[in-house]
Design a binder for this molecule. Structure first.
Ligand code: HEM
Length: 543
């Protein structure tokens, strides 16, 4: 920005098409060459030529637009200081309730130590500078996450952190030495999950290695060969290979026991031959490894299948961006013929429109028996073992996104003028905001309480005591998301229905919050789980 200063009289003289200036927040903008390109049209700009357009501008745009178009700014009004607060990478929100209580200067929290604060700050800067711009682009174009960003995350230990605390963190330096992997606990885990959500792109959010967070854990906990386990873990943590969880099928969603994909042992007992299909597999379109639930002779088993002959992946069109890489998978020894065989590393693009499906068609899915995870026919234990962490992570994310939406509503209703008044002057709008804030705060407080219990319990005890509360919390968090999405649309009106402009975040949230209400266990199933677990602990005697 130029440091030239002008008087308001000088600006007023530049009020024609040949020289069109105006003032926004004591800064002078020369939009003469921008008139034709302005998405809101030239007419509105001519109406404020030479004048102070601050109120008109903030009634229609967000602050970031001025940062993006900063080259239009030619100086400031002499003797005046801009009032609008600009957001810099790493900054905390100054909007009330824009951050959870522990990040609000006036409040204290018993849960967070210095290492949590340091990690939060480092993650915030990384997300603002590196993840956000990529996420926005991928979300828009339907592109898959670029390898370059995966490499950066790997170097900072973010891929390690996303699996949660554990032995895999030992010896890992996090965020260029901000803390040691050994110190990493579930509150650090919560921070990583909530900061990543701020990239504000729901499809990309899942495309950003969500598959790994729910599948690599099975390899780390249940691999039957230490050397093989370390090889897979090393490949995935370095970002060279991608892994996902393949459980659900057209025939089996929350009712995992209903899966129909079969794994038959070869006569020599050295391999399984896998046949079947898997649906809604997050990241499947670009993965090298699939942690797959299969039916073996006497029950369920879990095997790691490598992308190979007979594995075919096909992107599914969903309500959110193809950046998520949601997949339909076929394990078929006959496969489909005549389609382009592509290796996962060859493309980071999913076409849009009718031809956007990329298939990987190879032949014969032969899985070495060494790839069995846990014991044969005891796969249910493997599958269930990660559900709690997955659901807890989803609560971290959906609640942070709900907060972001609430923050957007607070900002918008405080700047938008309707009938000559701010939206916040209307009691009905304040009621909506009250409801949204309360849902965010209630969920975060419950989440932190459960997280604290997690820090004190080994994983086996978490399954016994926390599966129910986590189920109930996830149900509540997604019911809250439903309420928040609904109220946010009413506050933003027509702008909540367009994918660009002021209401873009609201439109995306309203279109996609249901992913969280379904994935990882549907609301109804989780509510039921929570109550059934509580009933199990009811005293036997009459009360
Ligand atoms: C440097 C100054 C300005 C820039 C860089 C700018 C840029 C933009 C951009 C990028 C949009 C697309 C919507 C969005 O992303 O939010 C937009 C929309 C719009 N702009 Fe501007 N604008 C400027 C000043 C103004 C002023 C002073 C007015 C009115 C007096 C105005 C009126 C509008 C209108 C009516 C729309 C359509 C908004 C809607 O339907 O929601 N713009 N502008």
């Amino acid at each position: 920005m130029s440091h030239q200063t002008f008087t308001r009289e000088e600006v007023a003289k530049n009020n024609t098409e040949d020289s069109l200036w105006f003032i926004i927040d004591s800064k002078v903008y020369d939009v003469t060459d921008f008139i034709d390109a302005h998405p809101g049209g030239e007419f509105v700009l001519k109406q404020v030529a030479g004048a102070d357009a601050t109120e008109a501008f903030y009634n229609l745009h967000r602050q970031e637009i001025l940062q993006k178009y900063s080259s239009l700014c030619i100086g400031t009004i002499s003797g005046e200081t801009p009032k609008v607060i600009e957001h810099n990478p790493g900054d905390l929100s100054v909007v009330p309730y824009g951050e959870p209580t522990w990040l609000t200067p006036q409040f204290k929290s018993p849960y967070y130590k210095e290492s949590h604060r340091k990690l939060q700050r480092a993650m915030r800067i990384f997300v603002d500078e590196e993840v956000y711009p990529v996420a926005q682009e991928c979300e828009k174009d339907g592109k898959l996450i670029p390898q370059d960003l995966i490499d950066k995350m790997s170097k900072k230990g973010i891929l390690h952190m996303r699996i949660g605390p554990g032995k895999h963190m030992h010896g890992v330096s996090l965020m260029d030495g901000v803390m040691k992997g050994e110190e990493f606990d579930y509150f650090h885990d919560l921070i990583v999950a909530q900061e990543l959500v701020r990239a504000n792109a729901r499809g990309f959010q899942d495309g950003n290695m969500a598959g790994m967070t729910i599948s690599l854990t099975a390899v780390l906990q249940f691999a039957n060969n230490e050397e093989w386990k370390n090889k897979i873990a090393q490949e995935v943590f370095s970002g060279k290979k991608k892994i996902c969880l393949a459980i659900t099928e057209a025939f089996a969603g929350s009712d995992v026991a209903g899966i129909r994909t079969t794994a038959e042992k070869t006569p020599d007992g050295k391999h399984y031959i896998v046949n079947g299909t898997k649906k809604w597999i997050t990241n499947g379109v670009f993965c090298d490894y699939f942690v797959t639930a299969v039916k073996t002779d006497k029950g369920l088993s879990v095997v790691l299948i490598e992308r190979q002959e007979g594995v075919e992946t096909e992107a599914i069109k969903t309500a959110y961006s193809p950046a998520a890489g949601t997949t339909f998978i076929t394990f078929d020894k006959y496969g489909l013929l005549g389609l382009n065989p592509l290796s996962s590393g060859q493309t980071n693009e999913v076409d849009k429109g009718p031809s956007r499906i990329k298939m990987l068609t190879l032949h014969s899915v032969k899985v070495p028996v060494e790839n069995l995870l846990g014991q044969e026919n005891k796969g249910m234990h493997v599958i269930l073992s990660n559900f709690n962490h997955e659901r807890w992570m989803m609560v971290c994310s959906v609640n942070r996104m709900s907060r972001l939406v609430t923050e957007e509503c607070l900002k918008w209703s405080n700047q938008r003028l309707v009938f000559g008044k701010k939206l916040t002057d209307q009691p009905t709008i304040r009621q909506k905001l009250a409801k949204m804030i309360s849902h965010c705060e209630a969920n975060q407080a419950w989440l932190e309480n459960i997280t604290y219990q997690m820090t004190l319990m080994p994983y086996s005890q978490q399954a016994t005591h926390l599966a129910g509360p986590i189920g109930l919390l996830k149900m509540f968090a997604t019911r809250s998301a439903h309420e928040i999405a609904d109220e946010a649309v009413q506050i933003f009106g027509g702008r909540a229905l367009t994918r660009t402009g002021m209401g873009a975040t609201i439109e995306m949230f309203h279109r996609t919050y249901k992913f969280d209400a379904i994935l990882g266990g549907a609301e109804e199933i989780l509510g039921d789980l929570g109550v059934r677990q509580a009933l199990k602990n009811m005293p036997k005697s009459m009360l």
